[in-house]
Write a protein that binds this ligand. Structure first.
Ligand SMILES: *[C@@H]1O[C@H](CO)[C@@H](O)[C@H](O)[C@H]1NC(C)=O
Ligand SMILES: *[C@@H]1O[C@H](CO)[C@@H](O)[C@H](O)[C@H]1NC(C)=O
Ligand SMILES: *[C@@H]1O[C@H](CO)[C@@H](O)[C@H](O)[C@H]1NC(C)=O
Ligand SMILES: *[C@@H]1O[C@H](CO)[C@@H](O)[C@H](O)[C@H]1NC(C)=O
Ligand SMILES: CC(=O)N[C@H]1CO[C@H](CO)[C@@H](O)[C@@H]1O
Length: 298
């Protein structure tokens, strides 16, 4: 009679110890991972992280064109193999304008059935004639939930989701405009605007773009420059953060916007050719965690 009870208590003790060890391990690994130079304090954040599965939500829309099937499949590999947890919950979707060819309606419907990562906006495909406006102004009306942050990204940029999440998680959740400030040598995020390679707005600014009279008739022109002009005209984005040198153009492609690949990278832009992609992917060891198996020998 005594034996089962004893076994039970031992089991209880063991599971309690393992839970404590688990919590200790989690908090340790969070602290350990937190070595980005842009983050100063996180004592309270650690407590929050332990308590919830993620701390904030980020929506990344990659603006691309319907016919770029190969690029989408490639980018699905790039982002599908990354995770920003437990710091953030990140959703990545491709942003298209209206389809124009019969085969697109079949092929893209298949992509949607398989991946559910495509948004088709009510616009004609374009770069500087309002697609970015349509993107930001439509999101609050069609997304099932709000996000803390919304990013607009190009399809020739490599974004590292975890470093991005780490750099955002101590920044304000409101009135925030984050990216790579133009002109290239500038370190002042309050002059001019964030490069279209990839910039982040807090949700309140996305809603403001959607509702404001400042933006509605100013949708034509260089898309990234316009966003800066809207925010300045509306006296918005009191919180601005330009993340240099962690964001940049691929080495040698764009003068002073470019520099060598560095370990503390958040985004590399103008990655267009295969040899450039391979250079980037090998530099950041993106395949190092592949699990061993009898099925392949790489
Ligand atoms: C943690 O947050 C609480 C209230 O939210 C605050 O009073 C306390 O000073 C914070 N501690 C640190 C170390 O920031
Ligand atoms: C996009 O497609 C929708 C549905 O077919 C149509 O109502 C809308 O006018 C189109 N928009 C543009 C800008 O072509
Ligand atoms: C935007 O332009 C339209 C058409 O020109 C005009 O009717 C409308 O009043 C303008 N809205 C604002 C807020 O300027
Ligand atoms: C990639 O792996 C190599 C070899 O382990 C290491 O020296 C290098 O620092 C890693 N690069 C990055 C960006 O983590
Ligand atoms: C999973 C968990 O521990 N959730 C807790 C997080 O913190 C809130 C408020 O502090 C609690 O109500 C939850 O139970």
């Amino acid at each position: 009679m005594l034996k089962p009870k004893l076994t039970q208590s031992i089991l209880l003790l063991l599971s309690t110890i393992s839970i404590i060890l688990f919590i200790f391990f989690i908090s340790f690994s969070i602290q350990y991972n937190k070595n980005s130079p842009n983050i100063s304090t996180f004592t309270n954040k650690t407590i929050t992280l332990k308590n919830s599965s993620h701390q904030f939500t980020l929506f990344i829309g990659i603006l691309t064109r319907p016919d770029k099937y190969d690029r989408r499949h490639f980018l699905r590999l790039i982002y599908g193999t990354q995770s920003s947890s437990p710091i953030a919950k990140t959703d990545v979707k491709f942003i298209l304008c209206n389809l124009t060819k019969p085969e697109q309606k079949i092929l893209i419907a298949l992509e949607i059935m398989r991946f559910d990562d495509i948004i088709i906006l009510d616009c004609h495909e374009n770069m500087n004639s309002g697609k970015t406006y349509t993107y930001f102004s439509t999101l609050p009306k069609i997304l099932p939930t709000r996000y803390d942050y919304v990013m607009k990204a190009d399809d020739d940029v490599f974004i590292r989701l975890k470093p991005l999440a780490l750099s955002l998680h101590t920044l304000p959740r409101f009135d925030l405009y984050y990216g790579f400030v133009i002109p290239c040598p500038s370190m002042n995020p309050f002059v001019h605007y964030m490069s279209g390679m990839g910039f982040v707005l807090s949700w309140d600014l996305v809603e403001w773009i959607s509702d404001s009279l400042v933006t509605v008739n100013r949708t034509f022109g260089p898309e990234d420059k316009l966003v800066g002009e809207w925010l300045n005209s509306g006296k918005k984005a009191k919180n601005r953060f330009s993340n240099k040198p962690a964001m940049y153009d691929y080495p040698g492609t764009n003068g002073r916007c470019s520099h060598d690949l560095i370990p503390d990278t958040i985004a590399v832009h103008r990655v267009k050719k295969w040899d450039q992609w391979l250079h980037v992917l090998s530099f950041f060891n993106v395949t190092k965690d592949i699990k061993p198996s009898k099925l392949y020998n790489l």
